[in-house]
Design a protein around this ligand. Structure first.
Ligand code: X2W
Length: 287
C-alpha cells in the first residue's frame, strides 16, 4: 500500500536500507549457518519473525542453513509418555525408547514447524535430518549417554545442491552411524558446528537465550579469539550451558568456519542486527 503520511519515520527506514548496502554486498553469496534452539523458539510470533529474517537473508543472496534444537519439545513428549529424562554434562541420556521420541519430535514436529514458518513468509524451505544423504554421520559419544552421537563426518553436498535451487535447508540434529540402521541424538549446537565446519561457512550464528559470552564482571565481550575462549573455559569464567557453545565455536573455527557469533535469539531480528548493521549483536569469536 502506498502512503504519503509521515506517521512514522519513512525517511529513516529508507536510510536504514541504504546503510545496509555494504553489509549486503559483503554477505552476498556467503554461507551462514544459524542454530535455532528450542528455548529461542518461543511463540508463533517469535517463530514468524525468525522465519522472516531467514527469508530476507536468502532474498539478499545469502545461503542460510537452519540447524535446530527442540530440547523442551522432547521433554514435553517424554513426560507425556512417562519416560524419564536425565542430562549428564548438558547432554540427554538417550536409551532406545528415548532416541525414537527424539527422532520423531525433531525430524517431525519441530523440523516441519520451522519449514512451514519459512514457507509462510514466502521462502522455500526443505527439511531434512542428518540421515538424509548421510549429511551427518556420528559415533557413540560416551557409553554413559547411550545413543548420543559425536559427529565424525559430514556430507554437505546435498546442502549445496539445495542452495543452487534457491532452497533453504532446515536440519534436525539426528545423525546416522557408520553401521547399518543406527540412529544418534546429537546436541543441536554440536550438529550446527559440524555442519558449519563441513561447509566452511562464513558465519555460524548460535542463537541462545543469553546476551553472549560474559567476562568475570558479567559484561558481554563483543569480540574475542579462540585462545581467550580456551582460557575462560579453563579458569571457569565460561560455565554451565555456555561450555558446549564455546566448545562448538572452537571446533567450528578449527574446521575452517570464518567466525562464530553467540547472540541472544530473543532480540527482535537478532540475525539481521548481527549481519546487516554496524551494531554487532552478541559475541564474535575468531581464530
Ligand atoms: C538434544 C537435541 C535437541 C537440542 C536433546 O536431546 O535435547 C542431546 O542432548 P536445544 O533446544 O538446542 O537444546 N540432544 C544429545 O539440542 O535442543
Amino acid at each position: 500500500m502506498r502512503t504519503q503520511t509521515m506517521d512514522r519515520d519513512w525517511i529513516a527506514t529508507a536510510r536504514t536500507l541504504s546503510e545496509a548496502l555494504p553489509y549486503l554486498q559483503r554477505y552476498a553469496g556467503s554461507v551462514v549457518v544459524v542454530k535455532f534452539g528450542g528455548n529461542a523458539m518461543g511463540d508463533d510470533a517469535a517463530m514468524a519473525s525468525f522465519a522472516r529474517d531467514i527469508v530476507l537473508m536468502r532474498q539478499v543472496g545469502v545461503n542460510p542453513v537452519v540447524v535446530h534444537g527442540g530440547g523442551p519439545m522432547i521433554n514435553e513428549m517424554l513426560a507425556k509418555l512417562g519416560i524419564e529424562s536425565r542430562f549428564v554434562r548438558g547432554k540427554r541420556v538417550t536409551d532406545r525408547a528415548t532416541v525414537e521420541v527424539v527422532e520423531m519430535i525433531l525430524s517431525g514436529l519441530v523440523n516441519k514447524r520451522i519449514v512451514q514458518a519459512i514457507n509462510d513468509e514466502g521462502g522455500r524451505a526443505v527439511g531434512l535430518s542428518g540421515k538424509d544423504d548421510d549429511l551427518l554421520v556420528a559415533e557413540a559419544d560416551d557409553p554413559e549417554l547411550g545413543y548420543v552421537g559425536r559427529p565424525v563426518a559430514t556430507r554437505v553436498q546435498v546442502l549445496r545442491d539445495l542452495f543452487g535451487a534457491g532452497i533453504i535447508p532446515v536440519v534436525a540434529p539426528v545423525a546416522t552411524g557408520r553401521e547399518k540402521n543406527e540412529t544418534f541424538n546429537v546436541n543441536g549446537d554440536t550438529a550446527a558446528g559440524a555442519i558449519a565446519g563441513g561447509l566452511k561457512a562464513d558465519r555460524l550464528l548460535l542463537l541462545t537465550d543469553v546476551a553472549g559470552v560474559k567476562d568475570a564482571a558479567g559484561d558481554v565481550i563483543t569480540e574475542l579469539d579462540a585462545a581467550r575462549i580456551r582460557a575462560m573455559i579453563e579458569d571457569g569464567t565460561i560455565a554451565g550451558g555456555m561450555i558446549p557453545k564455546a566448545e562448538t565455536a572452537l571446533a567450528a573455527l578449527n574446521e575452517g568456519v570464518r567466525a562464530v557469533v553467540i547472540l541472544d535469539g530473543r532480540l527482535p531480528n537478532a540475525s539481521l542486527l548481527e549481519l546487516f548493521t554496524e551494531y554487532g549483536a552478541g559475541s564474535l569469536i575468531r581464530k
